[in-house]
Design a protein around this ligand. Structure first.
Ligand SMILES: *[C@@H]1O[C@H](CO)[C@@H](O)[C@H](O)[C@H]1NC(C)=O
Ligand SMILES: *[C@@H]1O[C@H](CO)[C@@H](O)[C@H](O)[C@H]1NC(C)=O
Ligand SMILES: *[C@@H]1O[C@H](CO)[C@@H](O)[C@H](O)[C@H]1NC(C)=O
Ligand SMILES: *[C@@H]1O[C@H](CO)[C@@H](O)[C@H](O)[C@H]1NC(C)=O
Length: 358
């Protein structure tokens, strides 16, 4: 009897340990921290391959892919870094502000293991950032063995302009993002389906914002012909668009009919399309500190006293109220140009109010 209990406890402990280990291992976002991975890195192909194989937070397929494309590692790392930056920018005035924990080897903390709309956003912006980062590297010639400018854009006969110049190859970026990120997901699980859907929504958020840029040619200023190419949008535009999708994200559930799929939780809600974000679980309470989930809570956060929105004191402080601090600030002001070549400024002092959540 006693032996049996010990066995069961050991088994349970192993399962818990394995689950935690898997979460840590798959946390490729760590590449976005400069301590893990400098983004400018000149490795020989062999050294690059070795680095890829050592990345313990890659699954095996990711290691293989990383090794196959020599020079891709700093580009993936750049994708991770951009994803973190964009997330923090979009959520800087929300209860959850996309806090990272570099020292814990757990990029977004355990909160990312809840299948919430925040996790949906993280996947989407990451898939978008990897596609973006790879497409830009293609244009810059950093992956010249694999991709370059997009020359496959088809010409419409009737237009007054011609494709030419160097178009950013978003299709290649998407292809890599799909290969590299989707390979981690199991389409026979609810979480796998959720992540796959959100990854694709992220990539579409880039593709749908590709813009045409043109340059005039012809006798001085006549602009009789125009040469155009397709350019990536700024990632800021993409992350803003995804933030709108986050706000309107669809709560879905897993159904196993003939085919496993996600279905909107109630027929009263709109069916999500492929650009929408989907989530399976409600968000945790971000108001109070929760060490298990690595939630910091909103005490001490700065809030906007005039806003009725999520950044406003009532909502951000979760009804606990706020304190007003008066801060003396010194700023450069009345700057003017002095011939030649200085800018001279005064120092202005002013008082500014700051509102801090209780
Ligand atoms: C994080 O990972 C690094 C490198 O793998 C290791 O040296 C460090 O001890 C880890 N830290 C924690 C808290 O696990
Ligand atoms: C998908 O749904 C969103 C609203 O959630 C809508 O704005 C968008 O136009 C739809 N896209 C397509 C391709 O139908
Ligand atoms: C932290 O969150 C988990 C999951 O929502 C909950 O079960 C737990 O009680 C919370 N802990 C604290 C200290 O609030
Ligand atoms: C997020 O909020 C915490 C306090 O809850 C603060 O310490 C941290 O600096 C904020 N992070 C960002 C990226 O704004």
């Amino acid at each position: 009897m006693r032996r049996h209990n010990v066995g069961v406890t050991a088994l349970a402990a192993t399962i818990v340990w394995m689950t935690m280990w898997q979460i840590t291992v798959a946390d490729w976002w760590q590449l976005g921290f400069p301590t893990t991975m400098p983004t400018t890195l000149n490795l020989t192909p062999t050294a690059h391959k070795e680095q890829c194989m050592k990345m313990e937070f890659f699954v095996d397929k990711q290691k293989e892919l990383c090794a196959k494309y020599d020079r891709i590692l700093p580009i993936i790392a750049n994708g991770a870094k951009l994803a973190i930056e964009e997330c923090q920018n979009q959520f800087s005035y929300s209860r959850w502000n996309c806090t990272t924990f570099p020292e814990k080897n757990n990029t977004f903390g355990n909160v990312a293991t809840i299948k919430s709309r925040e996790a949906a956003y993280l996947n989407a912006i990451s898939a978008a950032s990897v596609a973006y980062s790879v497409a830009r590297a293609c244009t810059k010639g950093e992956l010249s063995e694999w991709c370059s400018c997009d020359n496959k854009i088809r010409q419409r006969k009737t237009t007054k302009w011609k494709w030419g110049g160097c178009s950013d190859d978003i299709r290649y970026g998407e292809k890599f993002s799909r290969e590299f990120l989707d390979v981690r997901e199991d389409q026979n699980t609810a979480l796998g389906l959720m992540n796959l859907h959100n990854n694709e929504a992220g990539r579409r958020a880039v593709r749908s914002r590709m813009q045409r840029t043109c340059k005039c040619h012809g006798v001085s200023g006549s602009c009789s012909t125009q040469i155009c190419w397709r350019r990536l949008p700024t990632l800021r535009k993409v992350s803003e668009g995804l933030h709108k999708r986050y706000e309107g994200a669809s709560h879905v559930k897993y159904v196993e009919r003939r085919r496993k799929k996600l279905k909107v939780i109630s027929p009263d809600f709109k069916k999500p399309n492929r650009t929408d974000l989907v989530y399976l679980e409600d968000s945790p309470d971000y108001c109070e500190k929760n060490d298990t989930l690595n939630i910091l809570g909103t005490r001490g956060r700065l809030c906007n006293v005039t806003s009725q929105g999520i950044d406003g004191c009532p909502l951000l402080c979760c009804g606990r109220g706020y304190q007003t601090r008066v801060k003396d600030v010194e700023e450069k002001c009345n700057c003017h140009f002095v011939w030649c070549c200085n800018v001279v400024c005064n120092t202005c002092r002013s008082r500014r109010e700051e509102h801090v959540c209780n």
